[in-house]
Ligand binder design. Structure first.
Ligand SMILES: [Zn+2]
Length: 180
């Protein structure tokens, strides 16, 4: 086994170990404080792996129709208390989804702030900076426009760029943390 396979395997085992805490049987036996501890442990892990520089503040609350929400202005994640009651997997997936939104806004800001340097940087240098801050070629422009014209519900909701990307991240998260 190569060194890299070793590292990947270790990471996978670590993900599954964290995922196990959210599986329905163990989750149901936890009191609220222990559930909050699990949420924060998973959040720390994902914030580190997603390279989110400022960890969003996570609060439990009552939301009308949503499992969770991300507020870019205050860098806060709300998780609906009812989501915790529905189950651990839903709670974990909701957290991953909202953290992905935090990541999207960090990338938007990074690319935005690069624009300020354009007066004295060469084109090549700018493009290099862009790819350094934006290694996955995320559709930053689309995200930015979507934020200005965001659909809270309706048929457009899941198809708009910010949500399309967050749901795609959810699926990857489920695979990594809950599938052996
Ligand atoms: Zn969302």
């Amino acid at each position: 086994m190569s060194l890299w396979e070793d590292i990947l395997k270790l990471e996978k085992e670590q993900c599954l170990k964290i995922g196990k805490k959210f599986d329905e049987i163990s989750w149901g036996n936890l009191n609220e404080q222990s559930q909050i501890d699990c949420i924060n442990e998973l959040a720390d892990f994902l914030v580190d792996r997603m390279k989110i520089k400022k960890k969003p503040k996570i609060e439990l609350g009552k939301l009308q129709n949503d499992y969770g929400a991300y507020l870019p202005e205050s860098n806060k994640i709300y998780i609906n208390k009812d989501t915790l009651a529905v189950g651990g997997t839903l709670t974990a997936v909701t957290l991953a989804h909202e953290l992905r939104h935090a990541y999207q806004f960090q990338i938007i800001h990074e690319v935005e702030s690069l624009k300020w340097t354009k007066l004295y940087k060469t084109n090549l240098r700018q493009r290099l900076d862009y790819f350094i801050s934006n290694p996955n070629n995320d559709p930053v422009q689309l995200w930015k426009e979507n934020y200005k014209k965001y659909y809270n519900d309706g048929p457009e909701y899941e198809e708009q760029p910010l949500e399309f990307d967050a749901f795609r991240y959810e699926r990857k998260f489920l695979e990594k943390f809950f599938t052996e």
